[in-house]
Design a protein around this ligand. Structure first.
Ligand SMILES: Nc1ncnc2c1ncn2[C@@H]1O[C@H](COP(=O)(O)OP(=O)(O)O)[C@@H](O)[C@H]1O
Ligand SMILES: *[C@@H]1O[C@H](CO)[C@@H](O)[C@H](O)[C@H]1NC(C)=O
Ligand SMILES: *[C@@H]1O[C@H](CO)[C@@H](O)[C@H](O)[C@H]1NC(C)=O
Ligand SMILES: [Zn+2]
Length: 516
């Protein structure tokens, strides 16, 4: 053990930390206690004005607004499936300590209708092709992970960093038809596709294989590029408010100075606390180091697994990280870290979509002949222990059975969820409780800043069985686009290295890489 310059201590989030549905008085629901937060394609989120909790409500196409596409029981089942998948399946694969599955609540219809009216004018017009579900009264109640409940308003607000890491390994050559898939990772190829199709103006230089490497230098490199070009993969919240994220379709590069302005107070210490001379570079480095520490720590035995995936499957040729710079060799991920658990779950995709697709077809064929088997095989749930057992007891050998195919497809779907989840790291500055006694203060001035942190995993919805053919088509498009352009991109699509990051790059980096 050596000193880490910026200390973090583990702070497990117990359910008591968050006041969740159990204390929500369902008969006294008032729409004025809730405010619009945001929405995706499937659901709309409102947050409580006082407690740290959110409600996630389903959305339906506007054409169906007079006529709900499913009954209240079906809506309940759909939300219960989300909770079950998270709590019975993903939680056991990813580790309970990281998961907050939430609970299904049955809300008074009058409350839901008033809420829907109240928030309507705040919704973005382009999302209004769908309407909020006001028929079922069902919703998912979750802790607000960007704003842990009990921080005292007089104290510095917590920082929350949301990372969508994406897939952290290369597929095995056994199952892929194009060699490039064993050299360049899916994320990096997808970046070319997105830039070519105008989804983003600039390519991100983040590579998931660097983040999942467990090597401090590679992780630092990866996080730096997430900061530089966040896209959908990186956000920072302060006291629950988003202070740093990409704006879709924006030409502007990210305002790193505004970010540094927010971060600086969290990283002032020693002499810097007095004269604020801490350089931008060291603020950024400390921030990245704290984040890296949280992603690598687990709170358990901390064994480190070396060479987790065999030679050659953990480095991507598209990454600009220069392997020669590695000084401490490959480090691997501690087995109790959030990154290790996510990677392990992603690797349940052993066949790649190309190897999996024939098995999907086998099931489809079987279901055409025996439609009632859909229930027994648990194609659409329920996501219970039996479902988990099916995918964990899967034999290695394909015996030609539909059971084998189902187990592999279940595994693949679980891996898909793990490739699409987000990690939320909440950082709360600690040590503020010390009084202002002169001697105390002097002592404190030479102590590094300390954070309590908590790590959670978000977005653990099951991916539908029927999404598999779409996965295959997308995979083919991405790979052929990459091969066609030879990995070359139009000029200007590389992010301009921002001054601060470029300067940090040129200078000596020794302070960045403290072994744990
Ligand atoms: N428990 C939570 N804590 C904080 N933010 C959340 C939580 N759940 C969802 N959100 C935020 O709400 C927004 C919409 O929710 P999301 O689940 O992504 O919708 P969809 O399922 O339609 O994609 C997102 O910006 C997401 O970050
Ligand atoms: C949004 O949901 C609809 C189905 O309700 C689907 O057809 C469409 O592809 C989805 N869009 C995106 C961007 O996921
Ligand atoms: C979380 O809490 C913050 C602060 O109260 C709020 O601004 C934000 O909208 C909440 N987020 C969600 C998803 O409810
Ligand atoms: Zn890559």
């Amino acid at each position: 053990m050596s000193l880490c310059r910026v200390c973090v201590t583990f702070w497990p989030l117990t359910e008591a930390w968050f006041v969740v549905a159990s204390v929500m008085e369902l008969d006294k629901m008032d729409e004025n206690d809730w405010k619009y937060h945001g929405e995706g394609n499937k659901s709309l989120v409102v947050s409580h004005v006082q407690h740290s909790r959110v409600l996630r409500l389903l959305k339906y196409p506007a054409e169906d607004s007079e006529n709900p596409p499913q009954t209240a029981e079906q809506a309940f089942r759909q939300i219960q499936n989300i909770v079950d998948f998270s709590s019975n399946v993903m939680s056991s694969l990813l580790g309970e300590k990281f998961i907050h599955s939430g609970e299904v609540v049955k809300l008074p219809l009058e409350f839901v209708r008033q809420l829907s009216i109240k928030i309507q004018h705040q919704r973005p017009a382009w999302r209004c092709d769908k309407v909020m579900d006001i028929y079922s009264g069902c919703a998912l109640c979750l802790p607000n992970l960007t704003s842990p409940g009990l921080y005292q308003p007089t104290h510095t607000p917590p920082l929350c960093i949301e990372i969508k890491p994406k897939c952290g390994f290369l597929p095995s050559p056994k199952h892929v038809s194009k060699d490039i898939k064993t050299k360049v990772c899916r994320f990096c190829m997808h970046q070319h596709y997105k830039v070519a199709n105008g989804k983003w103006k600039r390519r991100s230089l983040y590579c998931p294989l660097d983040l999942f490497s467990g090597n401090r230098q590679r992780m630092h490199f990866a996080i730096r590029h997430l900061i530089e070009e966040p896209q959908n993969n990186f956000k920072i919240f302060k006291g629950g408010q988003c202070i740093y994220s990409s704006k879709e379709g924006s030409e502007e590069s990210m305002d790193l100075n505004a970010l540094l302005h927010h971060l600086r107070p969290y990283f002032l210490y020693g002499n810097n606390r007095i004269n604020s001379h801490m350089t931008s570079k060291s603020v950024l480095n400390d921030f990245i180091q704290v984040l890296g520490n949280a992603l690598l720590s687990g709170g358990g035995d901390g064994r480190v697994l070396m060479d987790r995936q065999g030679e050659g499957r953990s480095f991507c040729e598209a990454s600009l990280f220069n392997m020669e710079r590695i000084r401490h060799g490959s480090q691997g991920l501690p087995t109790d870290s959030v990154l290790f658990r996510i990677l392990q779950t992603q690797m349940l995709d052993t066949l790649d979509i190309e190897g999996l697709y024939p098995l999907y077809r086998r099931i489809e064929q079987h279901l055409q002949d025996f439609p009632k088997e859909r229930t027994r095989l648990q194609i659409d749930g329920p996501y219970n222990e039996a479902f988990l057992e099916k995918l964990q007891k899967c034999s290695m050998e394909d015996d030609g059975s539909v059971e084998y195919a189902v187990a592999k497809v279940h595994q693949y779907r679980v891996a898909m969820t793990a490739k699409d989840c987000s990690i939320m790291v909440a950082l709360v500055p600690s040590g503020e409780e010390a009084d202002d006694d002169e001697g105390q203060r002097r002592l404190r001035e030479f102590k590094p800043p300390a954070f309590s942190y908590s790590v959670s995993i978000l977005d653990l919805d099951p991916k539908p069985f029927d999404s598999i053919p779409r996965q295959l088509r997308l995979d083919q498009k991405i790979v052929s686009c990459y091969l066609r352009t030879g990995g070359a991109l139009p000029k200007g699509s590389l992010p301009p290295l921002s001054g601060i990051i470029a300067a940090a790059e040129r200078e000596d980096c020794t302070l960045l890489f403290h072994p744990m």
